[in-house]
Design a protein around this ligand. Structure first.
Ligand code: SAH
Length: 241
């Protein structure tokens, strides 16, 4: 199938391959690129995310290659999606808003707690020098690691373990993102921030949280509440047991 669509300032050729069952293939054709542009314009830029670097990263990472095959048609929709093991890939807006809140310029070492599919880590890898992503569930850690390597994200490393303890071997971090809901801010994560480092973390109850940005300034921290959100629970030593 080949369809020409007149876009604002160009002509986009949409070519979708079909298999014998009439299903679209999961390749990164122009159709997915158009879906990504649309996602960024409507779900992200229109809602106030204005970092050119973040918008560009969101336009670049092929989200449909991070979701289960049966979810590919919904990959660019305005929602979190189930990815197995009771876990989810965050809504695109949340991925972009948390990335922007980290204030990355390109030289940072970043820790993500809750790698899940590896999608957010892939986005962060385009914004920072190095990303270490910790995932508690072994099967998810393994598939995220394999997927990121296959897609060429060479500055991301996935580690299996309890990220509520941070990742002391690689500390300090210029930025830490917790992609799961914590009952309180885990002290090890604050301890593992570099001077001036930013921790972005949802804190609250298991079904409702506030997203916080915590900046380390000398021996104190500056806390800022960003917005209400809903993440899956952080487990582990400093999570919900
Ligand atoms: N960032 C992910 C989505 C996160 S979902 C993505 O882009 O796909 C939250 C993830 O946090 C889940 O995979 C869950 O298993 C993981 N998690 C929860 N508690 C954790 C902990 N203590 N350490 C590491 N990972 C944890």
């Amino acid at each position: 199938m080949r369809v020409s669509v007149a876009a604002a300032d160009s002509v986009v050729i949409i070519s979708a391959r079909m298999d014998g069952n009439g299903n679209h293939s999961a390749g990164d054709g122009a159709n997915f690129e158009a879906a990504r542009r649309d996602m960024v314009a409507r779900q992200i830029r229109e809602r106030g995310i204005d970092s050119a670097r973040v918008l560009s990263a969101m336009r670049t990472v092929p989200r449909h290659l991070f979701v289960p095959f049966e979810r590919v048609p919904d990959a660019y929709s305005d929602e979190a999606l189930p990815v197995g093991d009771g876990q989810t890939i965050s809504q695109p807006y949340i991925v972009a808003a948390t990335a922007q809140a980290l204030g990355l310029e390109g030289h940072e070492r970043v820790l993500e707690v809750g790698a899940g599919t590896g999608y957010q880590a892939a986005v962060l890898s385009l914004l920072a020098r190095e990303v270490i992503a910790v995932e508690a569930i072994p099967a998810l850690a393994e598939s995220a690691s394999e997927r990121l390597a296959r897609l060429g994200y060479s500055n991301v490393r996935v580690e299996q373990g309890d990220g509520s303890l941070g990742f002391g071997l690689d500390a300090p971090f210029d930025a830490i993102l917790v992609s799961a809901a914590a009952p309180a801010v885990p002290q090890p994560l604050v301890d593992q921030l570099a001077e001036g480092g930013r921790l972005v973390i949802p804190v609250g109850l298991t079904d409702h949280q506030e997203l916080f940005r915590i900046v380390k300034a000398g021996n104190r921290t500056i806390e800022q509440r960003l917005f209400s959100c809903r993440f899956v629970p952080l487990v582990g030593r400093f999570g919900w047991r």
